[in-house]
Write a protein that binds this ligand. Structure first.
Ligand code: TEU
Ligand code: CA
Length: 550
């Protein structure tokens, strides 16, 4: 076999999404074209030049389908229509087309674990037990006031809701307006596949699958994620839909281990392209408690988690690389420094992540170093945050204590409008934004960064382009360096003819280091300080990415 062919088979680097960088857009907060205070599809179309300049290959679009917006679109009432708040189906087709002209594919967010309670299926399902749609959802008999068991929903309260018309409870892992779909029903599965194929025919580039590890629930056994039939469903789903086109598919899986991830992202393409798992990003909370129960980041553990995923999945699966999404606080405020070293630490975190194996995701605003916010509780909009606030007050927590958690972890930290310029409302809208703009937009905004070679934006752009230029980003083996160092995250990526070395100071103090290997011949690809540093020390948050052609 020719070497090149063999290489392709081993690394799978024939797959476009292994060389890609994906940009996540949270549509309601990205760009508002008509002044109603809510971002929309035409707003996105107007920003495609900006995204092409950054160099990204695809947009993961958080849900834009018709929805009562109880959970900002993650509660879909019609999978084959666009919510009027975002535009029309024509606008969606225009976005797919225009993005294509900018060499950008559109990845849709598929919410298949649950629908909205306002979906036609659920409206029918709750009419009677005999209704043909009844079994599309998960029902259990019971007596009003005595739920089938004590399972809790992710946004608080019982996971069971009583419906007097049928004298049964339905199961919901998220809000009461997000009834769980019953994947055991083959007719439901068929309807889902038809819907997906309809979107494939419209030219989408792929799908992100919301909480996909929760579809095979078995509430009687209190099983939510990783149910026994999960991978059977995934293989059927993939066979009936995704495998018909050259798509990227990414499965959100909070409960994935490296072993499970190898199933999800099996290189034989029988399930999904890659897994989107959270082990690294859940470390700063008290073990066994909730994300609101804050703990300092165990840095050594972070290194161990990254190293394990890098080595375990190499050649056997594919991972997503991310610090941020619409559910997570802003990384520069979280594990960087959003004060004196905002720019340096934002770049360090970017360099650390973008040298790894996997597909990097940039969440809107991350590329300009946007930060968390601190609003009064009346200015928050997220259902999870508001429910948490109410629940913890009732449990006797103090307001100060609750707000400390909200400031650190609320999903609204990521959802404040994109900061485009220093005009009113950061250039996001001519009207009143649905969620307040972060007041620091006068300093942190895209307009100030796109033409500045030292900006956070310029660093991200550089990293995106490097990944396309050097194959070692895609296929290099990972090795953790300075394993016991309590300040430095360093690693190499090595393939048959080159080596990448990344070394990052994770903290705000100057540190010394000495590497076993001689790096004096290596070329400096990217760093975050203008003045060259000295060989054996790293300044606060200093990061260097070096390259050597063997
Ligand atoms: O998130 C899955 C999920 O488990 C989150 O609710 C998570 O527990 C929480 O955000 C952590 O703070 C997905 C979507 O990304 C999220 O936006 C949706 O709310 C959720 O599914 C329901 O569809
Ligand atoms: Ca709008």
């Amino acid at each position: 076999m020719e070497d090149k062919v063999k290489d392709t088979i081993q690394t799978g680097s024939d797959k476009w999404w292994k060389r890609a960088v994906i940009y996540q857009i949270y549509p309601r907060s990205f760009a508002d074209s008509n002044g109603d205070g809510i971002g929309d599809l035409q707003g996105i179309i107007a920003k495609l030049d900006y995204l092409e300049d950054l160099g990204i290959d695809a947009i993961w679009l958080s849900p834009v389908c018709r929805s009562p917006q109880d959970d900002n679109g993650y509660d879909i009432s019609d999978y084959q229509d666009i919510d009027p708040m975002f535009g029309t189906l024509d606008d969606m087709e225009a976005l797919i087309r225009e993005a294509g002209r900018h060499h950008i594919r559109i990845i849709m967010d598929l919410v298949l674990n649950h629908s909205s309670d306002e979906h036609r299926w659920f409206q029918e399902a709750k009419k009677s037990r005999e209704n043909p749609y009844h079994d599309y959802y998960v029902w259990r008999d019971g007596v009003e006031g005595e739920a089938p068991n004590d399972m809790r929903a992710a946004f608080g309260g019982s996971a069971w809701e009583w419906v007097p018309e049928v004298g049964q409870y339905y199961f919901h892992q998220f809000s009461v307006k997000q009834p769980d779909l019953n994947w055991e029903n083959p007719r439901l599965r068929r309807e889902i596949y038809d819907m997906i194929n309809w979107w494939i025919d419209k030219g989408v580039g792929g799908f992100r699958l919301d909480v996909i590890d929760q579809i095979a629930k078995e509430p009687d056994k209190k099983i939510t994620n990783n149910g026994p039939r999960l991978h059977e469903y995934l293989r059927e789903l993939s066979r009936e839909t995704f495998q018909k086109a050259d798509l990227v598919t990414v499965g959100e899986a909070w409960g994935a281990t490296t072993e499970l991830a190898k199933l999800y992202s099996n290189p034989d393409n029988s399930e999904l392209s890659m897994v989107f798992q959270f082990e690294h990003i859940c470390l700063d909370q008290i073990e066994g408690k909730e994300k609101w129960d804050l703990a300092p980041l165990p840095f050594m553990k972070l290194k161990e988690v990254f190293a394990r995923w890098q080595t375990q999945l190499c050649g056997r699966g594919w991972n997503s690389l991310f610090w941020n999404n619409h559910d997570l606080p802003r990384i520069v405020s979280r594990w960087g420094n959003d004060g004196q070293y905002r720019v340096e630490s934002a770049k360090m975190l970017a360099i650390l992540l973008h040298g790894l194996q996997g597909t990097p995701y940039i969440y809107q605003g991350e590329e300009i170093g946007m930060t968390n916010v601190q609003f009064g509780i009346e200015d928050y909009r997220d259902i999870e945050t508001l429910n948490l606030y109410r629940e913890r007050l009732e449990k006797g927590y103090s307001r100060e204590e609750i707000m400390r958690s909200v400031y650190a972890k609320s999903r609204d930290n990521a959802r404040t409008p994109m900061q485009w310029n220093d005009e009113e409302n950061a250039g996001f809208t001519q009207g009143t934004p649905w969620l307040k703009v972060n007041p620091n937009y006068t300093e942190i905004h895209a307009a100030a960064q796109v033409n500045d070679g030292d900006s956070v934006f310029a660093c991200y752009r550089k990293l995106v382009h490097l990944r396309k230029e050097y194959p070692v980003f895609v296929d290099g083996d990972f090795r953790l360096l300075l394993e016991d160092d309590e300040n430095i995250f360093a690693y190499t990526r090595t393939n048959k003819d080159s080596r990448l070395l990344v070394i990052c100071n994770f903290y705000d103090r100057t540190v010394r280091f000495s590497l076993e290997e001689d790096i004096s011949d290596m070329e400096l690809l990217v760093t975050n300080y203008r003045e060259t540093g000295s060989a054996g020390t790293l300044r606060p948050y200093e990061a260097r990415m070096l390259y050597l052609k063997k």
